[in-house]
Design a protein around this ligand. Structure first.
Ligand SMILES: Nc1ncnc2c1ncn2[C@@H]1O[C@H](COP(=O)(O)OP(=O)(O)OP(=O)(O)O)[C@@H](O)[C@H]1O
Length: 282
């Protein structure tokens, strides 16, 4: 596996303190990686460092190929028309696929003479995404592209993104608060919590490696299991465990879903699931 993005020992400090501390992660080429974490976890700081907008105080970022960035606030000029926006994109970017951009917007029914401010939030997100894709990047970085969009528009944007990725093999790193939006489209997960990388890995492998156990509260965690989260209600105990072989038939065993897995890690900031960087070709 070749890594499209490798971050090693990254630390970034803002005025008030450290936003990222010793973060290491890797995203293999051609993957769609979800970056999730609570408010203030450091997601935007990480994305800004990956795209070169911020200089780290320690550590390194290595990207294979060009990076295109779609920022949280969709930096489009309100008074520009679509045609002017595309001309602007062409002038700013030496590698610019104008035919693709015009074609994609025509397919979406967004006419060239319309002004950005006349478009809906979903349409503006589609324009911003088109501009990012027309740069033909190796790595596409999206900071909360779905914020403020209704569920239908979120679905449309994600589907559009997936189509492009499938066709061109672009690697994507996308931050979001809403894990449910990422479930069907992402195949790599990075969980950031309190400025540290808590989880980084292939989503299917992570799900296969974790189990949700429930049973009477006298049961002890299976030998060798890493307990990520434990909760007790009445006489029942519920565990999310990693790397467990469950032999005791009194446990009710099922696979955790992505939401449960992410929430369990976020509620247990000391737990982590990190591969060695060599496993992802870094
Ligand atoms: N320009 C800045 N100056 C000072 N502190 C900052 C700056 N930008 C971010 N921070 C701080 O760094 C930390 C990480 O912020 P960041 O915006 O990266 O988190 P985030 O995970 O993107 O949050 P959110 O989900 O709320 O967008 C926070 O404590 C934040 O207050």
């Amino acid at each position: 596996m070749t890594a499209a993005l490798t971050v090693t020992g990254l630390s970034v400090r803002h005025r008030r303190g450290w936003a990222l501390r010793d973060c290491s992660l890797s995203v293999p080429a051609g993957r769609v990686a979800a970056l999730v974490g609570p408010n203030g976890a450091g997601k935007t700081t990480l994305l800004h460092t990956v795209t070169g907008l911020l200089t780290p105080h320690g550590g390194t970022v290595t990207v294979a190929g060009d990076v295109a960035f779609m920022a949280q606030d969709k930096p489009l000029y309100d008074t520009f028309t679509i045609a002017e926006t595309l001309t602007f994109g062409r002038r700013l970017n030496p590698r610019w696929d104008g035919a693709y951009a015009a074609g994609r917007l025509a397919e979406l029914g967004i006419e060239p003479e319309r002004k950005i401010k006349e478009l809906s939030g979903g349409q503006q997100a589609q324009v911003a995404l088109t501009l990012a894709l027309a740069r033909r990047p190796g790595l596409l970085v999206l900071d909360e592209p779905l914020a403020n969009l209704d569920p239908l528009a979120r679905h449309d944007v994600m589907r559009a993104l997936m189509g492009e990725v499938a066709e061109r093999g672009t690697t994507v790193l996308i931050s979001s608060h809403v894990v449910a939006d990422l479930h069907d489209t992402c195949d790599w997960l990075v969980v950031l919590n309190g400025g540290r990388v808590q989880v980084s890995g292939d989503i299917d492998d992570l799900l296969a490696g974790h189990l949700m156990l429930s049973g009477p509260d006298e049961l002890r965690p299976p030998a060798g299991a890493q307990v990520i989260e434990e909760s007790r209600t009445g006489r029942q105990v519920r565990l999310l465990v990693r790397g467990a072989q469950v032999l005791d038939p009194r446990w009710n065993v099922r696979q955790a879903d992505l939401d449960e897995l992410v929430l369990a890690y976020l509620r247990s900031p000391e737990a982590s699931a990190l591969p060695r960087l060599s496993e992802v070709g870094a």
